[in-house]
Design a protein around this ligand. Sequence first.
Ligand SMILES: [Zn+2]
Length: 227
Amino acid sequence: MASKRTHVLIIGPQGSGKGTQAALVAPRLGLVHVATGDLFRALMASEGALAREVRSYYERGALVPDDLTVRVLLSRLEELDRCDPDYRGVLLDGFPRNRAQAEALDAVLRERGDELVAAIHLVVPRDVLIERLSGRLVCQQCGATYHRTFNPPRQPGICDRCGGPVIQRSDDTPEAIARRLDIYEEQTAPLLDYYRQRGLLIDIVGDRPIDEVSRAILAALAPRLGA
Ligand SMILES: [Zn+2]
């Protein structure tokens, strides 16, 4: 029987650097970075009953229900158990997004005998998020992202990685971004309360250089992971 897993969540709005930080800190903590967006993309490219079920929602343009998302996640955890019996746990990025999902996740982890030891919350001021997101550029061909000011492609309008056209998406206007952030905050506030009440929430200031943020996350998690 494998030892008990200890998992960590990372929560933050679009533009907070959440995915970047998750990818940087997970290997340094002995955790596997599990981004639910990547999980679904990989699943969509595969066969099998779970993939077919998810595809049926995508094809109708419907939202994937929470219980199905939880089953997708559970299948990934079971796969990790098989592939790497000694892994410590996952750094979960992109799930849960609301309180109902958090409760569903708890039920699954309880059943597995796993423990959630912390929820990292990346805190970035709203005006900084709007500045970051409104300068965002995306390659239409491969999806690579750039920033007009902080990380432009080497040749303007041309993707470094694939040579495809790099554009600003029409839904990245400051007004549209502000609306998305409003919706995010509304959904996330009860989620943050849920973890705060249980002593799991750790606020990390995300508005500073990437390596400083990483160090702060590692320092905050070390005692909880017994590192
Ligand atoms: Zn590209």
